[in-house]
Design a protein around this ligand. Structure first.
Ligand SMILES: *[C@@H]1O[C@H](CO)[C@@H](O)[C@H](O)[C@H]1NC(C)=O
Ligand SMILES: *[C@@H]1O[C@H](CO)[C@@H](O)[C@H](O)[C@H]1NC(C)=O
Ligand SMILES: *[C@@H]1O[C@H](CO)[C@@H](O)[C@H](O)[C@H]1NC(C)=O
Ligand SMILES: *[C@@H]1O[C@H](CO)[C@@H](O)[C@H](O)[C@H]1NC(C)=O
Ligand SMILES: *[C@@H]1O[C@H](CO)[C@@H](O)[C@H](O)[C@H]1NC(C)=O
Length: 282
């Protein structure tokens, strides 16, 4: 029997109240990316990464392709997906690159120190609302083009003199949260690029790690938390680079080295063109 307090408010009061709560909960859930469905790869994927040019060779037997968001047409992504492959779309999230379609949207104040080794490229103030608006547009472009996930690069300004803005690892974690919420709410996965110092803080929101040169720097073990969480470590070594010539291919592939257990390792030239050697022990 309903209590007088409830019955005084009547049926419609309760129907409207309950409906409002449900609608708010769903809206919050969507806003936070909860319940959004996106790709969650497991350890053991094979992969290919080509950033030098638009992809023109889809015959490499890899389950995942990491390719440039801007320079590849949608047809390339659809072609890969029709072969059962997943597409990760690369863009720089933490540096300004000239000659991108939206490069003119960055302001002078958004740009900090130059990026070592990449003339014309500058670290970005990743706290700037304008920078974040541009990255939101990039995520939307990735979703429109049908990317399964995104590979936002240059998120470790804290390792590069703060990019000229005093950016810290705490700022990087905040920025990655922003990128992850954005990607997930658009139905896309996202990975952490390098940034070993913040592996543990970002692991819950990241679907993989893209790693360069952990063998060269002796830090592959740092990325094992991803493997333990059954999330891939997409790992690249550059055998022809001066820092890696002293290693054999077997060492770069992690043969007999447990710190690379579970990694998806490829050997590439530093320009990330098409040629690839897939390590067979991943
Ligand atoms: C395409 O990739 C495959 C596998 O990696 C390689 O064997 C082949 O030589 C490449 N083709 C061209 C035209 O580069
Ligand atoms: C491609 O890779 C998969 C998984 O590693 C393997 O099962 C398959 O035999 C390979 N296909 C070819 C044509 O090498
Ligand atoms: C640049 O910013 C303007 C204004 O926000 C926006 O309309 C435009 O789409 C952006 N350009 C690109 C190429 O993203
Ligand atoms: C970076 O951007 C934030 C947000 O606009 C601003 O508060 C901060 O002062 C900027 N940092 C520098 C060093 O300009
Ligand atoms: C991440 O957590 C693991 C397990 O607690 C710990 O061994 C490792 O040192 C941590 N990594 C970093 C970079 O703090």
């Amino acid at each position: 029997m309903p209590s007088p307090w409830i019955s005084r408010r009547g049926k419609w009061f309760w129907i409207l109240t309950v409906s409002t709560v449900v609608v708010i909960a769903i809206a919050l859930g969507v806003g936070l990316g909860i319940g959004g469905t996106f790709w969650k790869p497991a350890v053991g994927e094979t992969w290919q990464i080509v950033l030098l040019t638009p992809l023109d060779n889809t015959t490499t037997n890899a389950s995942v392709y990491d390719v440039d968001l801007f320079t590849n047409p949608i047809s390339t992504f659809q072609n890969l997906q029709s072969m059962g492959r997943k597409v990760i779309c690369y863009f720089s999230a933490g540096s300004y690159e000239p000659n991108r379609p939206d490069s003119n949207n960055f302001t002078a104040a958004d740009k900090g120190h130059g990026v070592d080794g990449w003339p014309g490229e500058f670290w970005l103030n990743t706290s700037s609302p304008n920078v974040r608006d541009i990255m939101t547009q990039r995520l939307k472009l990735a979703a429109q083009k049908g990317c399964d996930g995104v590979d936002p690069d240059n998120v470790d300004a804290y390792n590069n003199n703060g990019g000229g803005f005093g950016l810290t690892s705490t700022d990087a974690i905040d920025y990655l949260s922003f990128l992850a919420i954005g990607a997930h709410s658009l139905g896309m996965a996202v990975g952490l690029k390098n940034a070993g110092e913040i592996v543990n803080q970002t692991l819950p929101m990241m679907q993989w790690q893209v790693n360069e040169q952990c063998v060269q720097y002796g830090e592959c073990a740092t990325f094992q938390p991803f493997i333990k969480a059954n999330k891939p470590v997409f790992h690249i070594e550059y055998p022809q680079s001066s820092g890696e010539m002293k290693f054999t291919a077997a060492q770069l592939c992690g043969v007999g080295d447990t710190s690379l257990d579970g990694f998806s390792t490829v050997l590439k030239s530093m320009d990330l063109g098409d040629p690839v050697t897939e390590c067979s022990n991943s």
